[in-house]
Design a protein around this ligand. Structure first.
Ligand SMILES: *[C@@H]1O[C@H](CO)[C@@H](O)[C@H](O)[C@H]1NC(C)=O
Ligand SMILES: *[C@@H]1O[C@H](CO)[C@@H](O)[C@H](O)[C@H]1NC(C)=O
Length: 204
């Protein structure tokens, strides 16, 4: 919050001609465009689970997902959305969706902000947040009892292109959510990617 305020006042001081918009009140963009009347871009306090779309599932919820460690640089850490089974720690225990921005929060940790999701890449977060977050996420109601009735996460207007893919890096390979896995990828094993839907769990 302080960093945001500081950035904002800096922007005001240095660019008085340009209108400044704090990232918490970004103009609404329709991250749910084309996803029908059951789509919503704001939801508080949920978790995500990966539900196989081409394999049997142990239950209607799916595999619990957490923010798994990937990399750290000066002042920022990058997190993938990983199976709890491959990364058995859970510091960002709650997710929220606000105007299409996906954010993780937890006790004693700065928020983690979901970044843009290019095709072939892992769905990733940065913590602490760096500037304005992309408004690209949406939740879509799913009333099919076979899917447990959980809303599904969409990114870039698409619920159907997520897979779980194991990282290539041994020995502690995470199994991460990848958007539209790419055959030529170096950082995960394309042949072992498994299509999933992302369930929003805990909303009701
Ligand atoms: C979020 O949901 C969890 C589990 O449903 C609950 O234990 C927790 O109190 C909720 N947190 C907030 C801030 O509502
Ligand atoms: C559903 O099954 C997965 C895989 O066995 C397990 O990790 C998860 O805890 C189960 N969830 C519920 C709500 O039972």
């Amino acid at each position: 919050m302080f960093a945001r305020l500081a950035l904002l006042s800096l922007a005001v001081a240095t660019a008085s001609a340009a209108p400044t918009v704090p990232d918490t009140t970004q103009a609404p963009v329709d991250s749910c465009a084309g996803l029908g009347s059951g789509a919503f871009d704001t939801a508080d306090n949920f978790t995500l689970a990966a539900f196989y779309t081409s394999l049997p599932n142990a239950n209607a919820t799916g595999l619990p997902l957490v923010l798994g460690s990937v990399a750290a640089t000066d002042g920022a850490e990058y997190k993938a959305l990983s199976t709890f089974g491959s990364f058995p720690y859970n510091q960002w225990t709650s997710l929220s969706l606000i105007n299409g921005v996906l954010t993780g929060s937890g006790e004693d940790v700065p928020d983690a902000q979901a970044m843009s999701v290019p095709t072939g890449k892992a769905l990733s977060f940065v913590t602490p947040p760096q500037g304005a977050a992309p408004q690209i996420f949406c939740a879509v109601a799913d009333t099919d009892p076979a899917h447990g009735g959980f809303p599904q996460l969409a990114v870039n207007g698409d619920t159907d292109s997520f897979s779980l893919c194991p990282e290539t890096t041994a020995p502690n390979a995470l199994v991460n959510i990848v958007y539209n896995p790419d055959e030529g990828a170096q950082d995960y094993v394309f042949e072992q990617c498994t299509p999933v839907a992302l369930h929003l769990v805990g909303l009701y």
